[in-house]
Design a protein around this ligand. Structure first.
Ligand code: PAF
Length: 285
């Protein structure tokens, strides 16, 4: 696996791979990798001839009082894990490489970014879309891989890519969970043993909603209210939101008559965690 820090080096490698007929796959990450990241790399490895993983803790997607300075960093572990997954190139740009002095451009998707995480993290998605648009421009991939745990992020990136006619196929990959159901996240590293047990309430409450849905419940209130009650009632957990919205527009609905996403966010100890499940009335699952 090659390590690259500059955009010209990355471009030269991508150009050479493409000239040999290889499909380019990009897995954008902020490092502190776990099985969720590795599952994206595995999928990219299966589908692409040349796999680039970017590792950049993007400052513009963190709010002023968020965890940028203490975001977990583990370059050695990340490099070893990426190499194990057969990644061709690890792109680790500096902040100056990504945001040169006097940069003035950002990318914003309206509508889809206003609810859920966008409400409590108002500048977050603009930071994400700006850096992802830049990474697409830098690596010029054919395909890019994102986890469905960040469901809203995935929809926002899909919409940006479509609206700006960016020739990249955006591929969402399933949430990877620990054996007790907790969705894998770099921020799980912040949790004490006690917090880690408390965090189970997110996936447990979603599983309860899935059971009610499978039994035929279609009312949004009847599906969401018990989720809110269960998370709010958990010790050491502060609910941010639990919402059931149209799966692609992230707009409000009263009943689930088309695919919908039940998304939750909560503060557990020092970590803000998110999770979700898609409810599809066409399959009942
Ligand atoms: O999901 C993440 O890790 C980040 O938001 C991303 C997509 C790498 C952009 O910084």
């Amino acid at each position: 696996m090659e390590f690259v820090r500059s955009i010209p080096e990355l471009r030269a490698a991508v150009r050479s791979a493409r000239s040999h007929g290889k499909t380019i796959g990009l897995v954008p990450t902020m490092g502190a990798m776990h099985e969720g990241h590795y599952s994206l790399m595995r999928r990219a490895r299966l589908e692409c001839g040349f796999v680039v993983v970017s590792l950049f803790v993007n400052p513009t997607q963190f709010g002023p009082n968020e965890d940028l300075s203490r975001y977990p960093r583990d370059l050695e572990g990340d490099a070893a894990g990426s190499a194990r997954e057969g990644v061709d190139m690890l792109f680790i740009p500096t902040t100056d490489e990504v945001y040169p002095a006097n940069h003035k451009t950002s990318v914003a998707v309206s509508g889809l970014t206003e609810r859920l995480c966008g409400r409590s993290r108002p500048s977050h998605f603009q930071g994400v879309t700006t850096v992802v648009a830049k990474l697409f421009g830098m690596a010029q991939p054919d395909r890019a891989y994102f986890g469905e745990k960040d469901y809203q992020q995935l929809q926002v990136i899909r919409r940006m890519t479509r609206d700006l006619d960016i020739p990249v196929e955006v591929i969402g990959c399933p949430i990877v969970r620990e054996s007790d159901g907790v969705a894998m996240s770099s921020r799980n590293r912040y949790l004490s043993a006690h917090d880690r047990v408390a965090a189970r309430v997110l996936s447990r409450s979603l599983a309860g909603a899935r059971q009610r849905f499978a039994a035929g419940e279609r009312s949004v209130e009847a599906l969401v209210n018990p989720v809110r009650a269960e998370i709010s009632g958990a010790t050491g957990v502060a609910l941010d939101y639990a919402e059931l919205l149209d799966a692609s527009e992230l707009s409000e609905i009263d009943r689930v008559v088309a695919p919908a996403v039940l998304a939750v966010a909560a503060k557990v100890g020092p970590a803000r965690l998110i999770d979700n499940t898609v409810l599809d009335p066409t399959t009942g699952a």
